[in-house]
Design a protein around this ligand. Structure first.
Ligand SMILES: [Zn+2]
Length: 358
């Protein structure tokens, strides 16, 4: 597989992490699914009391999955999501159409599979961000949409809706295992943190850094990349084999080098600012940090961390002004991008990561 193919693939995949933060919902209006927060109290226990004198007040347990109760959803989105399941860290809303699409047993088998890993992964993410997010974090709302009813699912693997505060999972359980921890970090830093990530450079790079470089990410690692039916993920097997942090870091450096040397000139890519753009031969470095590809933005974050430490990078994640951010490191934005590109080239040289001309 050529480096260009790899890059295009990563761009497609990374779009799946996107659509976060301040981005407005792109979902088509659904009469059964308001964007308002769920009416159900997120802390309501799904466990029926052992011996209640008023059984009619207790939600009936339809089945247990991974040790958790599936109960009827009684909020105003119950037509779309007739069932829900609550864990320590999440309230899952399960779409009837997804069960119809996959078959009920296959749907629940996939849910049971991801439930083996997700709670520990979410705990890892909170631990990685300890001191930067509150000690007590409410369960996050997760909705399934494997039928792709939301318009954004055409491009994304999952997304966090920062305005209405929920994560939506698209395509398949494997794609959910690939995307969910990144989206959960958005929930933590965009919604839960008192000092929130604001700029897309920070929103996306913190999510990538935490989910792929600080956390074990059991969900991602549990995907059999050779056998998954998700073609984008199957292609990853050719690049990374099994996922690991070093391969991921190197792929970000290598892809950044390929942009710098013009291998992607005129090739559309999704930038961390959440839109499609292209790199021009006469302008290989963009004007703004939000125009960087995901790989480049992660590489830039790694550069900032190598230069002055991870704490300084994370401590300033609420900055909205790019010049102010660059100024913290003694640069203008233009100077910062030049210094980073030179650093990235040196890293690739030292590691033998030179991307080939497609
Ligand atoms: Zn994202």
């Amino acid at each position: 597989m050529t480096k260009r193919t790899i890059s295009l693939l990563l761009a497609v995949l990374l779009l799946g992490f996107a659509a976060c933060g301040q981005k407005q919902s792109q979902e088509p209006a659904q009469p059964t699914e308001s964007e308002a927060p769920a009416a159900a109290a997120p802390d309501a226990s799904p466990e029926p009391p052992a011996a209640t004198p008023e059984p009619e007040a207790v939600p009936s347990v339809l089945r247990t999955v991974g040790g958790y109760a599936v109960v009827p959803n009684d909020n105003d989105r119950r037509v779309t999501y007739p069932f829900m399941l609550q864990t320590e860290n999440a309230v899952w809303y399960l779409a009837a159409s997804d069960m119809e699409l996959m078959g009920e047993e296959a749907f629940y088998a996939g849910l049971e599979d991801i439930l083996q890993y997700v709670e520990a992964d979410m705990a890892d993410a909170r631990q990685a961000l300890a001191g930067r997010i509150p000690d007590e974090i409410s369960p996050v709302e997760i909705r399934t949409d494997f039928c792709g009813k939301a318009e954004i699912s055409q491009d994304a693997g999952a997304y966090y809706n920062g305005r209405a505060n929920f994560i939506k999972l698209f395509h398949s359980w494997d794609m959910a295992k690939f995307s969910l921890l990144h989206e959960y970090v958005h929930y933590l830093t965009v919604h839960c943190a008192e000092k929130k990530t604001m700029h897309y450079f920070y929103i996306e790079t913190v999510a990538e850094y935490v989910s792929k470089l600080l956390c074990e990410n059991r969900m991602f690692r549990s995907i059999d990349l050779d056998k998954t039916e998700q073609p984008q993920l199957r292609a990853l097997a050719a690049i990374w084999g099994d996922f690991d942090e070093v391969k991921y870091r190197n792929s970000c450096l290598s892809e950044s080098d390929a942009y710098a040397r013009g291998l992607y000139d005129e090739k559309p890519y999704v930038c961390v600012g959440q839109y499609n753009t292209v790199r021009r031969a006469n302008k290989r470095l963009p004007d703004h940090l939000y125009e960087l590809s995901y790989a480049e933005a992660v590489s830039l974050a790694l550069y900032l961390m190598e230069k002055d430490g991870a704490d300084k990078y994370l401590d300033n994640w609420d900055l909205v002004d790019e010049e102010q951010l660059a100024g913290l490191y003694g640069y203008t934005v233009a100077e910062l991008l030049i210094a980073w590109a030179a650093w990235n080239a040196r890293q690739c040289e030292a590691l033998g990561l030179r991307a080939q001309q497609p």
